[in-house]
Write a protein that binds this ligand. Structure first.
Ligand code: ATP
Ligand code: MG
Length: 378
């Protein structure tokens, strides 16, 4: 029986051992399964994480791609716009160039036209100048003709006188007439006087021809000319009881003229004024002392600026019907021993030669004013 019991114990033991072994194995298996589950879980999580990140990255890439596409599209648009504006610019440059070429052509034509007109204008001016020179020459010839006739007429009278008196003296000597020395001297004095008159006329004519275009011009201070002329006549005025007053504006600009010719003008005007005042004094119509005033002053502005010389007298004056004649050569109201009638006509030709003008205003029995205007040197 014991024997029989012995295997049973072994079996139980064996079963026990096996059971322990099984439970160990089971515990191991359980651990293993738990372990595996955990690692499976970790694997799943990491796969999920990876998937999430892949998804995220994919989304990011998709967005970046979209942005890139948008940028590419924008850039394309810009390129297109640039290309269009480049074309537009090119078109406008071409247009503008054409416009400019047209303008240049127009300008060129205008310049040519203007040159043509200028040349035509210059030719017309030259023609006019030639005409003017011709007319001046014919004026001069005419006045020379008039003058020659005047000279002949003027010289004829004293010449006849001189010849008559010389002949008379010759006959008287031939025939041994009883002539007193006084009478002979008288006739000879008359001859000398008439010869002087002829020299006076000839001197005037020479001045006239000098005045008509041959005198040299310099910058002249008009006050110097007036002072010199007045200085020459001062004593004569004083002796005849005629006052002479100069009122000269200082700092006047210079004029382009010949000082000697201008002095001749002022002398002529002063002598005329002196004669007129003397005539009035002689006529006894004045209750006070009478005189002559010479004034200089500036007139006008800019291009038309000039200096004026005025000779103002309180003489007999000129009747209206004679006022238009006083500038005529040989017009005179003075006796043969006082005037030839050339003073004013010579004066006018001198003043006009220097680009100036001469005017006369007069009131009978009150006085006369002669105004000479000369352009200044700019
Ligand atoms: N200031 C004046 N007042 C009055 N009459 C004048 C005056 N100036 C000129 N006349 C008149 O004009 C005339 C002409 O003057 P103009 O100076 O040309 O010759 P003139 O004085 O007669 O002679 P001359 O050749 O010696 O100058 C004079 O005879 C005179 O009648
Ligand atoms: Mg005179």
């Amino acid at each position: 029986m014991q024997r029989r019991g012995e295997p049973r114990e072994d079996l139980e033991h064996h079963i026990m051992e096996r059971t322990i072994e099984f439970s160990n194995i089971l515990a191991l298996l359980k651990r293993e399964i738990g372990e595996r589950r955990r690692s499976e879980e970790a694997l799943r999580r990491s796969r999920d994480e990876l998937e999430r990140r892949v998804e995220e990255r994919t989304a990011e890439l998709a967005r970046a791609n979209e942005a890139l596409q948008a940028e590419i599209a924008e850039r394309k648009q810009m390129e297109e716009a640039l290309r269009r504006s480049g074309e537009e610019l090119e078109r406008r440059v071409v247009e503008r160039t054409e416009d400019l070429l047209k303008t240049v052509e127009l300008l060129r034509r205008e310049i040519v036209e203007r040159q043509r007109l200028e040349e035509a204008g210059e030719a017309a001016e030259r023609e006019l100048e030639a005409q003017r020179a011709l007319s001046v020459r014919s004026d001069r010839l005419r006045s020379l003709g008039e003058m020659a006739a005047g000279i002949a007429h003027e010289l004829n009278q004293p010449l006849t006188g001189v010849r008559g008196m010389a002949e008379y003296l010759m006959i008287a000597l031939d025939r041994k007439w009883d002539l007193s020395e006084e009478k002979v001297k008288d006739r000879l004095r008359l001859i000398v006087e008439q010869a002087d008159r002829m020299s006076h006329i000839i001197e005037h004519v020479r001045t006239f021809s000098r005045g008509a275009g041959r005198s040299e011009r310099y910058p002249v201070q008009i006050n110097d000319v007036v002072r010199s002329a007045a200085g020459m006549l001062e004593a004569q005025f004083h002796v005849r009881g005629v006052r002479l007053v100069c009122e000269l504006e200082e700092g006047l600009p210079e004029v382009s003229a010949n000082p000697f010719s201008l002095e001749e003008v002022v002398l002529n005007l002063l002598i005329n004024a002196r004669d007129a005042v003397e005539d009035r004094l002689k006529a006894g119509g004045a209750s006070r002392s009478l005189g002559v005033q010479v004034r200089t002053r500036l007139e006008g502005e800019g291009q038309t600026q000039g200096v004026q010389v005025e000779v103002i007298d309180e003489g007999v004056g000129i009747p209206d019907h004679l006022l238009g004649k006083v500038f005529d050569p040989f017009f005179t109201t003075k006796g043969p021993d006082r005037g030839t009638g050339l003073g004013l006509s010579i004066s006018r030709s001198i003043v006009e030669e220097f680009g100036g003008a001469i005017q006369i205003r007069s009131a009978p029995d009150q006085g006369t004013t002669v105004t000479v205007s000369l352009p200044v040197i700019l």
